[in-house]
Design a protein around this ligand. Structure first.
Ligand SMILES: [Fe+2]
Length: 373
């Protein structure tokens, strides 16, 4: 990104405003030693594809321009790590369902785009998105390409989670890593419901799930690293939050809407309860909805990121200390400057343009669906 472009981007951020209440920093003496701040670069849902669809308006038409600009900027920012929040590439011929050709093209695209991110001057992490992999029951199942192709799921989901881990060199579909003095947890919400836990506790049944072995692993992680502050990354939101009333615990009200009701982790409330009890989870980052959203549960910030549309450059540079989260947004990604632990439960209105655009896009999506588009 040239200096001029960066200045322009910063101007955009200024126009959107650095959002959120700037509260007095807390001393957190009860929390123990104050950790060294962690810095990371993050973006969600670029849906990269080297394949140009016949529909020129398809958001999936994207080349490496935005990704290269991100990596160049990271060379200046010098983060502890970079992370993509899932839906990194988009399968070719997504409208025609799974085929061996699509599977091959998908792997080829991962091989094209992931190494570009790996060129960042720090470790690069990936989160499993619903468009990144296929699954039947999810969890730790072993599933073959043939079985995934036979499932015939439109959208192309013929890559198993094991293959995804292999290609991206990730340690597992969910995993943890240290960054500075922080413990970072990466979750996999792409699973079928495997317990009788209430899947409508948030008021609406969710399509995704944190499987029992993963839930147990989260508990073990929190106990093993009780002394550390934590950050969490999960493609799908761990909450269903009323658009008009918000969570009632802080964040934006009204919350900018998204396209698909119920496209969230149905037992996210179980995970949120664990995080709240831990008292050292600083923030949770999501993608999937392609919308700027910010809400609060249990004194923890839940931030959903804008996506990377056609060659866009929507990313954030985030700096987190024990008591403050500063997020500088680029292009359509909004910025935040938030106090943490405890979080002010006061809600504020989102930027009007962000909200109005989200409402417009939701209406357009549903109008198109109704008319069979
Ligand atoms: Fe997604």
């Amino acid at each position: 990104m040239s200096e001029m472009t960066r200045r322009e981007a910063m101007k955009l951020i200024g126009a959107a405003g650095l959002i959120g209440p700037v509260l007095p920093w807390t001393t957190n003496t009860a929390m123990g030693t104050v950790p060294r701040p962690v810095k990371f670069g993050v973006f969600a849902d670029p849906h990269y594809s080297s394949f140009k669809y016949d529909d020129p308006t398809n958001y999936a038409v994207s080349y490496a321009k935005g990704l290269i600009a991100f990596v160049e900027r990271m060379n200046e920012f010098q983060p502890d790590f970079v992370i993509n929040l899932g839906d990194f590439v988009t399968p070719r011929e997504r409208r025609y369902g799974n085929t061996p050709e699509q599977y091959a093209g998908f792997k080829e695209d991962l091989g094209i785009f992931w190494p570009i991110l790996r060129a960042a001057p720090c470790p690069a992490y990936g989160v499993v998105g619903n468009h990144d992999v296929g699954w039947i029951r999810g969890g730790d199942e072993k599933v073959s390409t043939a079985e995934l192709i036979a499932k015939g799921q439109t959208g192309g989901h013929a890559l198993s989670k094991d293959e995804w881990c292999q290609i991206l060199s990730m340690p597992g579909r969910y995993y943890a890593f240290d960054a500075g003095d922080f413990r970072c947890l990466v979750l996999d919400g792409n699973n079928a419901q495997d317990t009788d836990a209430d899947n409508a506790r948030d008021g609406l049944r969710g399509a995704y799930w944190i499987d029992q072995p993963q839930l147990e692993w989260i508990k073990r992680e929190l106990v093993a690293h009780q002394d550390k502050f934590k950050l969490v990354f999960c493609h799908e939101e761990l909450h269903h939050t009323d658009q008009l009333r918000g969570s009632g615990q802080g964040g934006w009200v009204p919350l900018p809407p998204h396209y698909k009701d119920g496209s969230y982790v149905g037992n996210g409330w179980q995970v949120r309860e664990l995080f709240e009890k831990d008292r050292k989870v600083a923030a949770v980052f999501h993608g999937h909805y392609h919308k700027n959203r910010w809400t609060v549960y249990g004194s923890i910030h839940y931030i959903t990121m804008e996506n990377y549309p056609d060659q866009g450059e929507n990313w954030a540079e985030v700096t987190v200390s024990s008591n403050r989260l500063q997020m500088v947004g680029h292009d359509k990604q909004v910025g935040f400057d938030l106090a943490m632990l405890p979080v002010d439960p006061t809600s504020i209105a989102p930027p009007q343009d962000i909200y109005a655009e989200a409402v417009r896009q939701r209406k357009e999506y549903h109008d198109k669906k109704r008319s069979g588009g």
